[in-house]
Design a protein around this ligand. Sequence first.
Ligand SMILES: Nc1ncnc2c1ncn2[C@@H]1O[C@H](COP(=O)(O)OP(=O)(O)OP(=O)(O)O)[C@@H](O)[C@H]1O
Ligand SMILES: [Mg+2]
Length: 164
Amino acid sequence: MLSPPIALPTRRRTTRLAATLAELLLPGDLVILKGDLGAGKTFFTRALARALGVPPSIGITSPTFTLVHEIEAKIPIAHADLYRLNEPGELAELGLRDRRGEGAALVVEWGEPYLDALGGDALVLELAVAPGGSGREARVAGTGPRGKALATALADRSVIEPRP
Ligand SMILES: Nc1ncnc2c1ncn2[C@@H]1O[C@H](COP(=O)(O)OP(=O)(O)OP(=O)(O)O)[C@@H](O)[C@H]1O
Ligand SMILES: [Mg+2]
């Protein structure tokens, strides 16, 4: 079940949420990013990568055509966007599931339909344009023990925050 919304009225707040996740993230974790086109999934991934030590000189862009970008960070990140995946069989070729066992964290935009094929036990983070149209809000859920622990920790740490 998704958490109550975490308000992200500014990009800075989104960046801070990503930094909080960076503190919690472990090798092998699966983060599924949900939300409409433009909701902020790639933005969130970029902020997560920066919080994990990736310098601004390394662009963190949408893996739209190659489907996966490998990002060298404090914890290696395999950043995928499965929006253009044509058939589930293609997923195996990307080798994403194995990357978890190899110590990478997977961050997967449009990954929810492939949750089981990615090995399950995910943090699901849903981003949406906030009611009123400016800013965003996030909801989190876990689909297994590790995902649930991440979702709970993230929601708890995001409740009381100073103004942006
Ligand atoms: N809290 C926020 N408030 C306002 N704008 C935000 C916030 N967080 C992110 N944005 C903006 O929202 C846009 C999100 O674009 P982004 O490419 O990250 O979306 P996406 O969800 O990855 O889309 P796609 O499904 O096409 O991959 C960016 O322009 C970013 O600056
Ligand atoms: Mg994107």
